[in-house]
Design a protein around this ligand. Sequence first.
Ligand SMILES: [Zn+2]
Length: 317
Amino acid sequence: MINITGKRTFFIGLSLLLLTLCASGIQAAGNGGNLEEATPNTVVLTVSPVVEKFSTPIITRSSPITRFTATARPTKTVTPSSTLRPERIFIPAGQLTVPILLYHRIIDGETTNRYEVSLKSFQDQMEYLSKNGYETITPLELTRVLLKGGDLPPKPIILTFDDGYRSVYEYAFPVLKEHGYSGAVYLITRDVGAPPYLTKEQVIELFANGWEIGSHTVSHEDLIKKPALAHEQLIESKEYLQSLLNVEQLTVAYPYGRADKNIATLAAKYAYSAGMGLGITNNHSTATLYFLSRREITSNCDLNCFEKIVTGQKLEP
Ligand SMILES: [Zn+2]
């Protein structure tokens, strides 16, 4: 009799298949090094992962990064909604429809480029979601349900914020809290603590309030253009966040929303639970787990445009 006690066996199927690559692919914003994302007009990439288990990362950590003491995740402290929430509904594994919105900065004043959304617009958008019965879930929740099935609110939505700007803490966080919502913020880990990016303490506070914290790599390199950097960009940022937050499971948002088969394969190999891209659909499946379609909310998206995105209607060109 063979005794295997004490051995943790984990296996991650790394077989990723590129199923579809639309003709023009994703185009970078091309704005001279700004940390902005590609325009998702012709997405794009579907990958078919076979991921058996995500709970154990394949990374071994040689020397732990300094930990903050406030890493324990307390019970959610969000303000409860005054209205009764409808019961959750069981969703079988395989596919589901959830709008995943993408924001960058929230600005208290006039916006100056497409990556900024005014605080007033953001408040109106969250008010719309609240009045129409939407409830936030996180990318990890979506991942779990896609892979295993599970209960979700009747009208789930995911709110993501790329780059980790401090304005997410200053403006988005209080608005979401007011509605009992939480978001997901994808950090450029090298920039944590340096203005205008979130501080470690702010990141920890968001996490403690039910937000998901994910990787936007170490320094926001275009991984398709520089695949040689993918290893350190994906692994070092993951280790940083795992140590900071005392978590194992993380998702990654590809810089500029750009990933190809190679990069998506690496995200799976390095035990990320999912990869966030850009797209034009709210439908997701296990085949798109490493390039989940996010809908960018730009500065000029009014409530009519917002409603169309959230409800999956076609946008006018
Ligand atoms: Zn970015």
